[in-house]
Design a protein around this ligand. Sequence first.
Ligand code: ME8
Length: 639
Amino acid sequence: MPTTPRDVFYATTPIFYVNADPHIGHAYTTILVDVAARYHRLAGDDTYFLTGTDEHGEKIQKAADAAGTTPQAYVDRVSETFKSTWDKMGISYDAFIRTTESRHQQVVQDILQRVYDQGDIIYGEYGGLYCVKCERYYTEKELEGGLCPQHEIEPEYRSEANYFFRMEKYRPWLKDAIESQPDLIRPEGYRNEVLAMLREPIGDLSISRPRARVPWGIPLPWDSDHVTYVWFDALLNYYSELESKGLVDRYWRHAQHFIAKDIVKPHGVFWPTMLKAAGLPLFKHLNVHGYWLSDERKMSKSLGNVIRPLDLHDRYGNDAFRYYLMRDMTFGLDASFHELGLAERINADLANDLGNLLNRTLGMLGKYRGGVVPAFGPLDADTQALSDRFTALPDEVLDLVEELQFDRALDRVMEGVREANRYVSEKKPWELAKDDAKADELDTVLRACLEALRVASILLEPVMPEKMQALRTQLGVTSDVTLEDARRFDGLQGGSQAQPGEPLFPRVDLDALKESLAGDTEAPAEALEHKDTVTIDDFAKLEFRVAEVVAAEDHPKADRLLVLTLQVGPETRTVVSGIKPHYTADTMVGKKVIVVANLAPAKLRGIESQGMILAAEDADGKLSLAGLDVDLPSGSEVR
Ligand code: ME8
C-alpha cells in the first residue's frame, strides 16, 4: 500500500559547464545526489532529483570557437555526452535541465525584469580582476600569490559598463539568515567561510555582459545590447526547472543543493541574495563537499590529471566504483583518488566481507538444506543480538544519510556484515550439521545469515543498485523492497529456494594492478625514447593539441629553458621547454605549436610545466618546431 510521504526531498547537482567532458569530480557529485535520492525514495519520501548543463557564457563561446563550431552545435554535443554518461552510469535523475532551453530562459528573463523593476539592478562601470575560467571577478584578497585559487592562472584586468545587481544591500539580511539557520550551509566549515565573506562589503554583482563581446547568453529583457552574466543565468536553473513545470509549491522550500567547495561563493552569497531580491524563499540546505584529488591536486584538464569515470566504471563495474566514492570520502573533506585504493576497498569490503558472507551462507544452505530457506528455530542470545543489530540499522543509516555521513552509513552496514561473519565462525554450522539433534540450531544460524544479507542488501542498494538486486535474487527474493522490509529480521519466505549465482564481486588481483599502474606512468615516455613499438592503446592515451604561444620569457634559473604561455583552446597553460638555444623568447610569441596536453605536470627548475611542445632534432642537435601545414585554431586536436 502506498503510504503518505514521510518527507519531501528536492536535490540538485551543479549544472556542469560543457567546455569539457565529465570527469570523476562531476561523477562524484552526481552519484552522491543519486545515492541520497535513492535513500529518500527508499524511505518513501517524495523525491525529485535535478541535474543538467550550464551552457552560456564566454568560456563556452571560446570553447566552441576553438572547436571550430557554433556554440549551439557545441553545447548540444557536450551536453549529450554528460547525459549519456549519467545514463550509462544508471543515474536516476528525474530531470535534466539545459540553460539553453527556452523554458529556462523565460524564467531568467521574468526574474531579471522583476528585480530590475523594483530598482535592484542599476547601470554602471566596473573594473577588476577577472578569471575567465571561473567566469567571475576576484578581489586581490581572494587571489593566492596573484593567481586564481581554482585555476592557478593570472586573472585579467577588465573594465566594462554593465548592469549591476545591488547585492551589497542584502548583506545584513543574508548574515542574519545564515546565523539564524545554523544548518543552512553545511558542513559548518563552509558556513563559517561564507560568514567570513559577509563580514566585509561584498559589493554589487555585475550581471550583464555587452552582447558585442559575448553574444552567447540570454538577452536582458529591457536592453538587448546586453546578455545575462552566466552565474545569474545558471543559478536560476534550480528554480526555473520547478517554475516551468508547475512544481514550485511542491518542492521549492525543500531544495537541497549539492556542490563542491569551488563554487561556495556563488551559491552561498550570490544565490540567496538573488532569491531574496526576487521575493523567493531560501533553499533548505547548501551541502558542500570537498575535492577528489588526483596526484594530490585538484583534478583539472589543464593540469592533465583528469580521471574519466567511465574508464573505472568499465574496469571495476559501476556499483563497486560508486561504493568506493561514497565510502572513501568524508563529506566536506578532500579525498585522494587512487585506483589501488579502489581495488583494495573492493577486495576488503565487497569481496571479503559481503561476498564471503553470501558465498559461505549459500554454500552451506545448498549443502545442508538443498538450497531451501529454513524457518527459524528458537532464537538464542547471539542470534537475538544479531537480529537486534540489523533491525536497528535502517534508522541509523537514514539518520547518517540525513547528516550527509555516507561513509559512516556504509561502514555501519559493513560492521553488521562483519558481525554476521563472526557469528558464523562462532556458531560453526559445519559442526552443527554433523549432529541431527542440532538441526533446529543449524536452521537458525542459516536463516539468520540469510536475513542479515537481505537487510544489508536493502540498505546498500542506493549505493549499489544492480548488485544488491542480484544479491537478493540469489537469496530467492525477486519482488520490490521497501524500508519496512529492512526493519524486520524475518522477511524471507521459509521454504523458498535460493538461486546461487556468480560471485558478485570478484577479487581484484592487486599484484597485477600494481604492475600495470607502474607501467602506465612510464610506458609512453620510455617507449618513445627507446623507439620500442607501442600499442595503439598506448598511443591513444596521449592527447596532442594545437596551441598558440601568447607569451614567452627566459627561465630565470636555467640557460636552456624558455617559459611559454600557451593558449590551448579556452585554456591558458604554462609549458617550460628546452628549445632556447634555437628559439628566443620574442621569436616564439604568435607561433602555433603542438603540445602534448595530458602529460602529468612536472616542475622544471622550480616552474611547473603543464605539458610539452614537440620539436624535431637532427643528428647535430638542431631543433625545428613541429607545426601545421594549414593554420588551424588553437585547441584543435592532433591525431
Ligand atoms: O562550476 N572533486 O561547473 P563545473 C569533487 N557550471 N567534485 C568536483 C571536482 C573534484 N575534483 N571537480 C569538479 C560549474 N567537481 C558551474 C556550476 S551551478 C548553478 C553552476 C564537481 O563544470 C563539483 O560538484 O566547473 C563542483 O562544484 C562542480 O563539479 C563544478 O562543475
